[in-house]
Design a protein around this ligand. Structure first.
Ligand SMILES: C[S@@+](CC[C@H](N)C(=O)[O-])C[C@H]1O[C@@H](n2cnc3c(N)ncnc32)[C@H](O)[C@@H]1O
Length: 296
């Protein structure tokens, strides 16, 4: 396995509003009590300050706590990624025998291992997070593969090289998807395909329903037509994602000279679920949106 290190400066945006507190020093007991309450609130405010850091792009995956919790969730094997998203991506990718594959935002590289086991000729993963790419390098040891550490918005892709470019649940971290699509198209062979998934725009439109600690029964869709930045409080962190209505994706794709072969809205299959109630819950609201595009 070849390992390429690519370093870049990442624009991690940290939003912090400085809290200026006034302390009351009077010895009167009532005032003391007020003081204690005020200090408690101050502690809360400090916690709020820490929680108020907004993580852009892959930066959150390099936070120790987030990294551990995210990987714990994924390794359970019953996340919507495994039960809903991957089966559809597999269908869209189809036969990969002998194909050269580029995976943008490859995460821990587990999918690369699967693709190579299924007969892919070569796997090239690009991943921004040092921690995730470290896992990917471990997982792909001994396979004919490259793991490149870098930002998919800036790393140069080899031109006219890949039969398939895949990107699973990464493009909602990218503001300028049009620019990325243009570069992806240039990296594809004449018959090459680009298959990708994102969080469904009805999810990225508004993350209010994520704030509750109970399992969601209803989802809030709001400000749907207003494309742009959204902050998703996810695994205890403020994660920045980019919402675009479906028609914006359509326009961006049309401009990119890639042809839409298929669109899927992640309808779950009952046979993939062990628990009937979980299937019924997931069968109500589309979590993901997938596209299969082809070079024109
Ligand atoms: C939700 S995870 C999905 C990982 C993998 N594709 C999968 O489906 O298991 C998103 C991944 O995209 C990576 N990522 C996000 N923005 C990126 C960027 N601009 N460049 C490279 N990697 C990025 C993150 O570090 C993270 O590993």
């Amino acid at each position: 396995m070849e390992v390429v290190e690519y370093h870049q400066t990442l624009g991690i945006i940290k939003q912090a509003n400085i809290f200026i507190g006034t302390f009351i020093t009077d010895q009167d007991s009532e005032l003391k009590m007020a003081n204690t309450l005020r200090n408690k609130r101050l502690l809360k405010t400090e916690k709020h300050l820490i929680d108020n850091m907004n993580y852009k792009s892959y930066s959150v995956y390099d936070d120790d706590d987030f990294f551990d919790k995210y990987n714990q969730k994924r390794s359970k094997g019953n996340s919507p990624n495994e039960l809903i998203e991957q089966p559809i991506i597999d269908e869209l990718i189809g036969d990969i025998n002998g194909k050269r594959i580029l995976d943008l935002g490859c995460g821990d590289g587990e999918y690369g291992v699967e693709l190579l086991k299924r007969g892919a000729k070569h796997y090239h993963g690009i991943e921004g997070s040092q921690k995730m790419s470290g896992l990917a390098k471990e997982n792909l040891k001994g396979y004919d593969s490259i793991i490149e550490v870098g930002d998919i918005e800036w790393v140069e892709f080899e031109k006219v090289k890949y039969d398939i470019v895949v990107s699973r649940l990464v493009l909602h971290y990218i503001e300028d998807v049009g620019r990325l699509l243009k570069r992806i198209r240039e990296s594809l062979n004449e018959e090459g395909e680009f298959i990708f998934s994102i969080e469904h725009p009805i999810i990225t439109s508004c993350y209010e329903s994520y704030h509750k600690e109970v399992k969601r029964g209803n989802w809030i869709v709001d400000n749907y037509f207003e494309a742009g930045e959204r902050v998703n409080i996810w695994i205890g962190k403020n994660v920045v994602k980019y919402h675009k209505p479906l028609e914006d994706y359509w326009r961006i794709i049309k401009k990119s000279n890639l042809e839409v072969i298929e669109i899927r809205e992640s309808k779950p299959q009952a046979s993939n679920f062990e628990i009937r109630e979980e299937f019924e819950r997931r069968d109500r609201v589309p979590l993901f949106l997938m596209f299969k595009l082809k070079n024109k």
